[in-house]
Design a protein around this ligand. Structure first.
Ligand code: O7E
Length: 214
């Protein structure tokens, strides 16, 4: 069975922690990003882990020169179990993060193609090369769009790595369209369709049940 990762892009710590409590039984991991960390600080990761004891991935889409990437990774991975990086900045920049993560036994996840319409112009044309690079660098997983199931399949086949896939729910992606491609090491990311739902617990439960039907 694939796993469910909650994208917790809320701006209020109390709300974030309340949602975690509510959905805890149905999620396998939590993705936090700039919205929550800029609003509350990196300490929120510890607070989330105290409640749910699940993997917390920092989605900072790190995209800088190697020495700066290294500094960002060192601070982030003191708290988080993994960090998301951009690949388009080049092998050396990704490798800098990978080296930090390896020492700390943490994960590096690399973006190949993004899920939004704007990704078609600049990132889709290089996404297959990025997937090849991810394979070569042996990152832990790649990010692929569930808004484009054929692209998800193609990039997964090239990289031959676990996938983390956003776009289900608010962005129009459907779990049933990607189910055939998902394996037990893969994660489906869902954000607004859970945390903005009237009943987040029930929404998370439904996504989890859909994923179980593989
Ligand atoms: O659309 P939602 O609310 O379900 O949230 C999706 C989350 O995935 C949100 O945090 C967004 O920043 C992230 N995301 C995408 O939506 N598309 C991408 O291409 C990449 C990401 C992302 O998280 O990248 C790292 C996994």
């Amino acid at each position: 069975m694939a796993k469910l990762m909650l994208a917790l892009d809320v701006l209020d710590e109390n709300k974030a922690l309340k949602i975690i409590e509510e959905v805890n039984d149905y999620i396998d991991a939590v993705k936090i990003g700039y919205p929550l960390v800029l609003a509350c600080g990196l300490d929120v990761i510890k607070k989330i882990k105290d409640i749910c004891d699940k993997e917390v991935i920092a989605d900072f889409k790190v995209a800088d020169i190697p020495s700066t990437n290294e500094k960002i990774a060192k601070i982030t991975l003191k708290y988080a179990d993994g960090i998301i990086v951009h690949g388009f900045v080049g092998e050396d920049s990704v490798k800098a993060v990978k080296d930090v993560a390896k020492n700390l036994n943490k994960k590096v996840i690399m973006v190949t193609e993004m899920s939004h319409p704007g990704a078609l112009k600049f990132i889709q044309p290089i996404a297959e090369e990025l997937a090849e690079m991810a394979k070569k660098l042996e990152v832990d997983a790649i990010v692929v769009p569930s808004t484009r199931p054929q692209r998800l399949k193609r990039l997964k086949n090239i990289a031959n790595l676990p996938i983390i896939t956003p776009g289900v729910g608010a962005q129009g992606g459907k779990i049933e369209d990607i189910l055939n491609e998902l394996g037990e090491d893969d994660y489906v990311i869902v954000g607004r369709a859970i945390y903005q739902a009237e009943d987040p617990k029930n929404a998370a439960k439904k996504f989890k049940e859909q994923i179980k039907n593989i």
